[in-house]
Design a protein around this ligand. Structure first.
Ligand code: G3P
Length: 215
């Protein structure tokens, strides 16, 4: 299973990468705005931190403009993946960008049917949003399970990138389902590391060691 970090904060990305947790990066306009930096600067810097795929999202809503933006984004670095929102124009753009050899990530996917359409258009990755579905009382992970199952039934090459991850349990469930990738906020990666019994165990071992040494 590949882990991407869902962030536009280069310090977080570097920290996660140092720990071996970064197979790629996803950003979105909200995360880039939060970084306070120019879109181009931040994406170009992220692309030097990892050789893995780095998703950069278009902001146009018309197919031709999305394609133009996507072609420009793909020139920023070899590992840029153009993130396109799920909509009819988006699917036209995905098909055109795919034909030009540019990788795409279809975002804002909330149903298995949207995921099938993204795969049919030739998307490299599809991003089902788990947390935002949970937020409105739906079962986000059940949707991911359906997407993975459907892609397997028909051998779709599109990778399932679980997005809108809110906690460690989402990761455990995504891994059990067999999703290809999860994109994870750094805070959640840190939550996944810890356990009270691990902390207690470390303290106990150190106390015993120091006692034996007469300290
Ligand atoms: O980057 C897309 C997605 O992971 C956003 O998550 O937490 O804003 O729903 P969230």
């Amino acid at each position: 299973m590949k882990f991407f970090i869902d962030s536009a904060d280069v310090n977080e990305i570097r920290a996660a990468n140092e720990r071996g947790w970064v197979d790629g990066v996803t950003t979105n306009p909200t995360l880039v705005a939060k970084s306070g930096r120019s879109f181009e600067d931040v994406i170009k810097e992220i692309c030097t931190i990892t050789t893995g795929p780095v998703s950069a999202e278009v902001i146009s809503l018309k197919a031709d403009e999305m394609v133009k933006e996507g072609v420009a984004l793909a020139k920023w670095a070899d590992n840029v993946v153009v993130k396109i929102p799920m909509c009819e124009d988006g699917m036209i753009a995905v098909k055109k960008l795919t034909a030009e050899g540019i990788k795409t990530n279809v975002t804002l996917v909330f149903t298995p049917m949207q995921a099938i359409l993204a795969a049919k258009a030739g998307a490299t990755m599809v991003s089902p949003f788990v947390g935002r579905l949970d937020d409105i009382g739906n079962d986000g992970m059940a949707m991911v399970n359906d997407v993975v199952q459907i892609y397997r039934n028909y051998d779709f090459a599109t990778e399932v990138l679980v997005a809108s991850v809110r906690g460690p349990l989402h990761l455990q469930q995504a891994a059990l389902i067999g999703a290809d990738i999860a994109t994870i906020p750094y805070k959640v990666m840190q939550q996944m590391t810890g356990h009270p019994l691990t902390t207690k165990g470390i303290d106990m071992f150190l106390a015993d060691w120091n006692k034996a040494k007469g300290q």
